[in-house]
Design a protein around this ligand. Structure first.
Ligand SMILES: Cc1ncc(COP(=O)(O)O)c(C=O)c1O
Length: 375
């Protein structure tokens, strides 16, 4: 059987990794400024993560959500402490799309309505509702097209106000738009969204799938503003490579048996991986490292004349050039062994390194970038 060919692949196969480094089959070393798409938060094969997962696997790796699993309650407690959302409820699933699908479903259950307001440029995943709320017609199949979704431009307060009415179930926005090219919702936009959700009794959903788990220097990117969404989703960095996602749900939304569900979500290994991530984030103060090194990277990038704009927060950064960066990114990989990310904005390089990256590793990237820009 051959693979269903949906990914354009680099001719590179990493077989080993540690921290922000990868090695391919031939032993060539790579520097990871992409984190496998913002997934690697505490660094590849972190010893505490490896130990917690292997210890857990040798005890019990999985049982279904029909039985008690105290790892879930431990994780919920720890998540409450780390995020500051102590009084919220915690639901686990296995991916970002699934987390958003559940968040949209919760908004609809809570309000009895169907309409969702989303933001232009948004990416929320590839399942039915999540992809319908994604602003990319190319990946929306006719089957997904029946949802009632309205898109408003990012940071357009008037358009946001005009989109709200009594049919709106919820408003969904990314903490920072990642796939689009690192666009930040301004505080005033988030505050307005919160006010409108309150006024129309709609559910305010923050998609922190990519921007959560400490990546921006705070636990969630929206915590750079003074808002408190009703529902928050997270995945990617939460498991450092173990497929796990979650939904944080305000106390005002009451659960009933069968309202949400999943086979794999919250299994023992997923909990062990997520607990290990939270423990390392705290122990090694990786959010502070993300804030400090993110500010350093931003300043250094701004001093490069070819860089037109730097957007983002912490270690979720986009550098926009005056040209398509595809060739530059290729040169960084093949001439310098440095992985970076792309964005829908073709002129933007997306940087999503592990949160324990060092300044020396960032300097290695900056040097390579300058060499390529001089060519
Ligand atoms: C903001 C955001 N939401 C949702 C998703 C979907 O996550 P997953 O690929 O785990 O389904 C992504 C993935 O890139 C994302 O960036």
């Amino acid at each position: 059987m051959k693979l269903f060919d949906v990914y354009p692949l680099y001719p590179i196969e990493p077989v080993k990794a540690l921290g922000a480094k990868l090695w391919d089959k031939e032993g060539k070393e790579y520097l990871d400024l992409y984190g496998g798409h913002a997934v690697i938060s505490i660094g590849h094969t972190h010893p505490h993560y490896v130990k917690r997962l292997t210890d857990q696997l040798s005890k019990i790796g999985f049982y279904s959500n029909a039985v008690q699993n105290s790892l879930q309650t431990q994780l919920a407690d720890k998540m409450g402490q780390m995020s500051g959302y102590y009084d919220y409820q915690f639901f686990m699933c296995s991916s970002g799309a699934e987390a958003n699908e559940n968040a949209l479903k919760l908004a609809s259950f809570q309000t009895g309505r169907r309409k969702i307001i989303a933001v232009e440029g948004a990416f929320h995943g590839r399942t039915s509702g999540a992809v319908a709320a994604t602003h990319n017609p190319k990946i929306i199949a006719p089957f997904n097209d029946g949802h009632d979704i309205v898109f408003v431009p990012m940071n357009d307060l008037k358009a946001l106000e005009n989109a709200f009415d009594d049919d709106v179930a919820g408003f969904i926005v990314e903490g920072i738009q990642g796939v689009a090219g690192l666009y930040i919702p301004e505080s005033s936009f988030l505050v307005k969204a919160q006010e409108l959700c309150k006024q129309y009794e709609a559910v305010f959903i923050l998609d922190e799938v990519q921007s959560g788990a400490g990546r921006t220097g705070k636990f969630f990117a929206h915590q750079h503003s003074v808002i408190r969404p009703d529902v928050i989703t997270m995945a990617k960095g939460m498991g450092n490579g173990f497929p796990v996602g979650c939904v944080l749900i305000a106390p005002s939304i009451e659960p009933w048996h069968g309202m949400l569900g999943t086979t794999f979500g919250g299994n023992h290994l997923a909990c062990a991986a997520s607990l290990a991530v939270l423990e390392v984030l705290k122990e090694e103060q990786l959010m502070a490292n993300a804030a400090k090194l993110g500010a350093y990277l931003e300043e250094e990038l701004k001093s490069i004349p070819e860089v037109k704009e730097v957007r983002g927060k912490g270690l979720m950064i986009g550098a926009e050039f005056g040209f398509d960066v595809a060739a530059l990114r290729k040169a960084l990989i093949f001439n310098h062994g440095i992985f970076t990310g792309s964005a829908s904005n073709k002129n933007t390089i997306r940087l999503l390194p592990p949160l324990n990256i060092t300044q020396e590793e960032l300097d290695q990237f900056l040097e390579a970038l300058k060499i390529e820009l001089k060519k």
